[in-house]
Ligand binder design. Sequence first.
Ligand code: BDR
Ligand code: CA
Length: 303
Amino acid sequence: MKLIIDTDPGIDDAMAIAYAHAAPDIDLLGLTTVFGNTHVAQSSRNARYLLNLLGAELPVATGAALPYGAETYRPSAYVHGDEGFGHFTDVPQIGSDHHLPAAAYLVEMARAHRGDLSVCAIGPLTNIADAIRLDSEFLGNLAQLVIMGGAVFCPGNITAHAEANIYHDPQAAAEVLNAEGNIVLVGLDVTLQTLYQAQDFDALAQVSKATGGFLQEISRFYLEFYQNVAGEDGCGLHDSTAVIACTHPHLFEMTETGVQVDVIGDAVGATRAVDVGAKVRVCRDIDGPAVVDLFTAQVASLP
Ligand code: BDR
Ligand code: CA
């Protein structure tokens, strides 16, 4: 499957990119970056560092620095660290960005691989909304758009109502989820059922020294956040779960519904199932252990 990941690396983003690189059924064509867990320039820097670590020579196209409505955005340094990779800071600057901005790159790639390209968006949806604004055929040219975002049938994580990726740009999310296309929403409804614990990272680092070791190192901060703030002994494989949904939809139970996003008000960023508007396939249930095992098996195959 040809895949582009739109990302804000980000600790669980790094895990998802490593998984996509390792998976034999994924042909990863490139990354586009967006603000979110950290500032967009840092997202791109982190993406290029990670690709170099993985030995993957792929384009990185930098995208949006801010949401459409800037008032809800603050980098999630308390979750992902000051530079997005936890306690690992001063990330070396490696290589340079693709000459096109993210949205233009996405539009061009969707045209070049019409009907054959999947996009997995694992950050705020600003680049995807920009691509739709740039080319009304964009979504129609994709095989599918799989989004890590939302909390349709469960509480949020950044507020009681909202999941972080949607909360960081609710306007963009509303535009994307109201557009006609083949869209799958992988939200907290399912990603919280993929717990990855310190001992899982330790075991991964034993067999995959470079990649697993790096993920183990950056995950320490993430696990501390989950322990101290959420009181959980492990983190959700949020972004990896969305990548796995691209190739393994049978591991998910999905329901087709309209999804409305609150763009203002007390519950800004909430994602609600509604009977009107474009239909989205919302993941409601998951074979969590199978997703976790798949992640481990593929990343363990990396050096
Ligand atoms: C999402 O928000 C970010 O913190 C993670 O990288 C993930 O994409 C989970 O709510
Ligand atoms: Ca992310």
